[in-house]
Design a protein around this ligand. Structure first.
Ligand code: CP3
Length: 347
């Protein structure tokens, strides 16, 4: 074994003696120590932009469960914030943004201004890097352009993406310009995280499934491919995980065309299909349903073992199929962590 970092090795497609794991949204409201710091901070954005607090929140789940990966505590809406868009969180309502108007002007991308606004995030990455054990991999992340665009146009979360689709379908060339802006900003944001110490990165395309198949190629696959290409040139050897959530059969083209090193599978992806179609090309990550972690006990363990038995023969990182939900009992996370840590591949 060349490296002690199992997660990094698995993402690079190397054989490892045990399946590495981390959980999307492993820091957050299900942890009482998070809720306490969150109450002391002056809002969620301030929590993300305070390197002291964001470092502490990142490390909280590791102290309890010792995952193989630490994901930077931040948010995909930091990119709009870096672009000068007003972003805030209303208690119990989720994110709000000053919404873009298709007839208005796009925010400009000035690299120096953007980097200065997001400097606390990169400072956080450096502080986490300095405090991780030699076995733990530091994961940076960003939202993929399409998903971030939906928040910018809708002004927050959405179910139908009516404003975004109306813009994209009516004036695709103008919409391309917003996506290109977000490609540039995302490359800058992820590059800066890597420069500060992130060892692997994940691109969250959480709303990829809202795109019809041809639009998925244009606004999920193509922008991801552009980001991957630029990151490869600047930071060879840093694994990139793509997460085109709920993309169904679209996962195949996503893997074939984007150049990512790994894909994160949502819970609907059939394990046998993922193994036969995707795993010879990329490392896989996933895909336990987060509600299984709320249930805990035997149902959770038998589902986790089924996932491990299907996918652990090739390059694999155990994870959930989406983020930990606030209702999750921390004891279930402990139980799941122990299950994955104890699992051995039978060869
Ligand atoms: O995984 C981690 O532990 C790292 C932190 C992280 C957060 N958001 C913290 C957060 C990550 C990787 C994200 C990504 C993110 N943010 C995504 C993509 C992943 C996904 O879930 O699909 C999206 C779509 C967002 C946007 C966002 N941020 C929403 C829709 C919300 C509100 C929903 C909610 O859970 O309240 C957030 C807020 C947010 N981001 C919280 C956390 C811990 C909760 C904020 C709080 O404490 O009130």
């Amino acid at each position: 074994m060349g490296t002690k970092k199992l997660l990094l090795a698995a993402l690079r497609g190397e054989r490892v003696e045990r399946v590495p794991f981390w959980f999307m949204r492993q820091a957050g409201r299900y942890l009482p120590e998070y809720r306490q710091l969150r109450a002391e901070a002056n809002g969620f954005m301030e929590l993300c932009l305070n390197p002291n607090l964001a470092t502490e929140v990142t490390l909280q789940p590791l102290r309890r469960f010792n995952m193989d990966g630490a994901i930077l505590f931040s948010d995909i809406l930091m990119v709009p914030h870096g672009l000068g868009v007003r972003v805030w969180f209303e208690e119990g309502e989720g994110p709000k943004l000053e919404a873009l108007d298709p007839s208005g002007r796009l925010p400009g991308f000035d690299r120096a201004t953007f980097s200065a606004r997001l400097a606390p995030v990169y400072e956080t990455v450096a502080r986490i890097a300095a405090r991780l054990s030699a076995e733990t991999t530091l994961i940076g992340f960003a939202g993929a352009p399409w998903t971030v665009a939906t928040y910018m146009i809708e002004g927050g979360s959405s179910r139908e993406f009516a404003r975004t689709k109306s813009w994209a379908f009516q004036d695709p060339v103008a919409f391309d310009r917003l996506i290109e802006l977000l490609v540039d900003a995302t490359i800058e944001h992820v590059s800066a995280q890597i420069a500060a110490g992130a060892e692997a990165v994940q691109l969250f395309d959480s709303w990829a499934s809202a795109l019809p198949a041809r639009a998925f190629e244009r606004w999920s696959i193509k922008p991801t491919q552009a980001i991957v290409q630029a990151l490869r040139t600047r930071h060879a050897g840093v694994p990139i995980i793509g997460f085109p959530r709920l993309a169904g059969a679209g996962y195949e083209a996503f893997v074939a065309q984007t150049g990512v090193d790994a894909v994160s599978l949502d819970p609907t992806v059939p394990l046998a299909w993922a193994r036969s179609t995707l795993q010879s090309k990329v490392a896989l990550q996933g895909n336990l349903d987060p509600q299984m972690l709320v249930v805990g006990g035997d149902p959770m363990i038998s589902e986790a073992v089924a996932i491990l038995e299907s996918l652990a023969h090739g390059p694999f990182v155990f994870n959930l199929g989406h983020g930990v939900v606030p209702e999750t009992p921390p004891e279930h996370v402990a139980q799941l962590s122990e299950t994955v840590r104890a699992f051995r591949v039978s060869r």
